[in-house]
Structure formats: structure tokens, C-alpha cells
Design a protein around this ligand. Structure first.
Ligand SMILES: Nc1ncnc2c1ncn2[C@@H]1O[C@H](COP(=O)(O)OP(=O)(O)OP(=O)(O)O)[C@@H](O)[C@H]1O
Ligand SMILES: [Mg+2]
Length: 385
């Protein structure tokens, strides 16, 4: 066989292998999508924060007197008139000894879902100081104990990298991954990756599509670039803390990945993954010093958390009108919180007995939405019979 013939034969073999690989990828996608549909597209989980240094042995002991926890249940034993004994059933409970890797195992399924073309939201909800930022961002931008943003970025490149970021396709790009990181403080949206004008305006065009003219998500080619953007945003967010007291716990931060894939047949699939680190849901009366700034922030936080609750309720009940425009938070997420979605609501709670009423109200919030969703799905199944 001549060298030319040998080359041709190798090329043909390559085509066959590539074809087989694509068939396997398509099959894997279908199985994954089916599995995710069976699991339900709104899942409510809970993560219990471990004890921190300031929590004494007595406080730690009391946890076992007042809580009973298993993999799918948190039970609060009666504490006071305001906090009655109640069992909360969840899709999964990450107990105090759970690691960042354990939590990411769940998110990893959603990263695959997003790569398959479905919009995904992971929402970290809960009282101040319960570990929402720890879950999403990790303890610090340089820590080994990374949060789900960096873990997702790493996996996205690992999963799509070999085929989709094939350097041979440079001029005929098969995939593009971009990132935006925004912060919503007192109903104003800031672009943490923007240059001169960090304040973002949003409006809907005549087709009802949300337009954010200056958002401009930044295209990334590897994990290192994603990590650099994460560090830039983390720094900005921290410096904000000196301008506004305790800003990080009084603002929402949304980390978004935007994926565009040109399929083998030339069609284009676009999807988004939003990781949302919400502001703490603590009530006013618990805040130590109530100055007017803190009070004002609290009003905006409550407004947007109520709006989020209304939107999730409306989605769970499959209502025709979903009140996205009640807050900047829900408006920003409009295109991801709809019928083509997958949502993980991760409730964060404190193990401290002092916070038990907040813990109970966080669990009440999440389980009510989960129940509505399951009830509606059950009803639909019955009526189809
Ligand atoms: N799983 C965890 N493992 C170890 N430490 C944790 C964990 N979760 C939270 N912490 C610690 O608890 C403290 C509060 O966590 P974090 O700042 O993430 O809370 P938060 O819910 O984001 O609060 P806020 O609403 O005020 O922003 C931090 O010191 C953090 O390091
Ligand atoms: Mg936080």
C-alpha cells in the first residue's frame, strides 16, 4: 500500500470512529435527559452548616437534642410557640460532614444537563451565615476547597473539551463558552466583569425577550481563564464591602455560564447555567444594629426573595402568568426560570439552636415549593390516565 493509500485508509477509520463517538454522545444525552425528567426538574435539597469556632460545645450538644436528620429528612423537635415540631422531607440532605465534592456530585448532573441544551439554575437560599457563599464560591478564591462555580467550570471544559474545543475547528468554531458575573444590590444590577460602567439596565423587547445591552458575557477558552474572571469578580465584590457595610451578605450574586454548540447537523444549541448566591434571608428583628441603610437593604432583599418565591410558586403550579418583573433578580433569570428549565434549590441552614426559627422558615419555604411541584405533577399524571 502506498503512503497515500495508507493515509486515506487511516482517514476513513477516523471518520468511522468519530461517527461512532457521536452516536454514543447522542445516546448518552438521551439517557441523561430521560433520567433528569424522571427525577423532576425542580429539586429541593438542604445543606446543614458544620459548627464554626464560635459555637461552643454546649451549642453543639443542643443540636442533637433539637434536630433529627437523615438523608432525606430534617426533623425539628418542638422548641417554642413560634417554632413547632415538624418533619421536612427533601430530595436530599447534605449533613454537616458533607464535603464540597459531595455537593458537587449533584451539581455535576446539572452541568451535563446544561451541556445537553437545557437552562439550569442552582439557587443557594438561606439565613445569613449558613454557607451559601461557601457552597457557590468556596471559602476563598485561592482555596483548594473550591465551590461549585470553579468545579463546574473545570468539568465543563473536561466534558466538552476534546470534541468541542477541537483546535482544528478554530475557524469553524463548534462551541463557545462565555461567563458573566453580576451582583444585585438594592435593586441595582452591577456587572462585576464590566469595565467603565458597571451598572446594567434591563428591558424587554417587543417580543418579550429580555435585553441587557451592556452585559457582554466574556468568552473563555480554558479553566484558567474562567478562574481569572472569578478572581476579578471576587475582588470587586470584596471591595464593595468597604463601601457598603456587610455588602456581601446583603446582595445577590449570579455566576452565569453561556454555552453555544454547533451540532453535527449544523443546528445551534444554546443553554445557560446560573449559580445564584442569594443575600441572607434573615429577618430585621434579628439584625443587631438596625440603621437606615441596613433597613433599606433588608426591604430590597425581602422584596426580591418574595418575588423569587412567587415565581417558583407560579412555575411549580404551571401558571400562565409568571411574575418575573416583580424584582431584578427574577427578571434577570426570566429565560432560565421557565418550562425548559432545571432548578436545584439548595436550602442552607444553621445547626445553632439560636437560629432554629430561621431554619424552620427556610425549610418551610423550600418544602412548600417542592410539595406544590410534586402535587401538580401527580395531578397531571392522573389526568393523563
Ligand atoms: N460547609 C462548610 N464548611 C466549613 N465552613 C463553612 C461551611 N459553610 C459555611 N462555613 C463557614 O461559615 C461562615 C459563613 O459562611 P458564608 O459566608 O458562606 O455564609 P452565607 O450564607 O453566604 O452568609 P451571608 O448571607 O451573610 O452572605 C464562613 O466563615 C464559612 O467559612
Ligand atoms: Mg454570602
Amino acid at each position: 500500500m502506498s503512503l497515500q493509500e495508507e493515509y486515506k485508509s487511516e482517514q476513513e477509520k477516523n471518520f468511522i470512529i468519530k461517527d461512532k463517538l457521536q452516536t454514543e454522545i447522542d445516546l448518552r444525552r438521551k439517557i441523561h435527559n430521560k433520567y433528569m425528567t424522571i427525577r423532576g426538574n425542580l429539586r429541593v435539597m438542604c445543606r446543614i452548616r458544620p459548627f464554626i469556632d464560635s459555637e461552643t460545645k454546649d451549642v453543639q450538644q443542643m443540636f442533637f437534642d433539637y434536630f433529627q436528620v437523615s438523608n432525606d429528612k430534617v426533623e425539628i423537635l418542638e422548641v417554642s410557640k413560634n417554632c413547632k415540631a415538624k418533619k421536612y422531607i427533601l430530595d436530599y440532605v447534605f449533613q454537616q460532614n458533607s464535603t464540597q465534592a459531595n455537593v458537587y456530585e449533584e451539581v455535576s448532573l446539572l452541568v451535563q444537563t446544561m451541556i445537553n441544551g437545557t437552562n439550569v439554575c442552582v439557587i443557594a437560599y438561606g439565613q445569613t451565615g449558613t454557607g451559601k457563599s461557601y457552597t457557590i464560591q468556596g471559602p476563598s478564591p485561592t482555596s483548594d476547597n473550591q465551590g461549585i462555580f470553579l468545579k463546574s467550570a473545570k468539568e465543563m471544559f473536561e466534558m466538552t473539551g476534546p470534541i468541542l474545543f477541537d483546535t482544528k475547528h478554530k475557524n469553524n468554531e463548534r462551541a463557545k463558552l462565555s461567563i458573566s458575573i453580576i451582583e444585585i444590590y438594592n435593586e441595582t444590577v452591577y456587572n462585576l466583569l464590566g469595565e467603565d460602567s458597571p451598572v446594567l439596565n434591563m428591558y424587554e423587547n417587543s417580543d418579550g425577550i429580555l435585553v441587557i445591552p451592556d452585559l457582554n458575557p466574556i468568552s473563555v477558552n480554558n479553566y484558567h481563564e474562567a478562574n481569572t474572571l472569578f478572581k476579578i469578580a471576587s475582588k470587586l465584590r470584596q471591595s464593595g464591602q468597604t463601601n457598603y457595610s456587610d455588602k456581601s451578605s446583603r446582595s445577590h450574586c449570579i455566576y452565569s455560564f453561556y454555552l453555544k454548540i454547533v451540532e453535527e447537523d449544523g443546528s445551534i444549541t444554546r443553554s445557560k447555567l446560573h449559580l445564584i448566591d442569594l443575600a441572607g434571608s434573615e429577618r430585621f428583628s434579628k439584625t443587631h444594629e438596625i440603621n437606615s441603610q441596613i433597613k433599606n437593604e433588608g426591604i430590597y432583599i425581602n422584596l426580591s426573595l418574595n418575588a423569587l418565591s412567587n415565581v417558583l410558586n407560579a412555575i411549580a403550579l404551571k401558571q400562565n402568568h409568571i411574575p418575573y418583573r416583580e424584582s431584578k433578580l427574577t427578571h434577570f433569570l426570566k429565560e432560565s426560570l421557565n418550562e425548559n428549565f432545571n432548578i436545584l434549590l439548595m436550602l442552607h441552614v444553621s445547626p445553632n439552636i439560636r437560629d432554629i426559627c430561621e431554619t424552620s422558615s427556610t425549610l418551610e419555604f423550600g418544602t412548600r415549593i417542592a410539595k406544590l411541584c410534586k402535587h401538580k405533577t401527580g395531578k397531571e399524571k392522573k389526568s393523563k390516565k
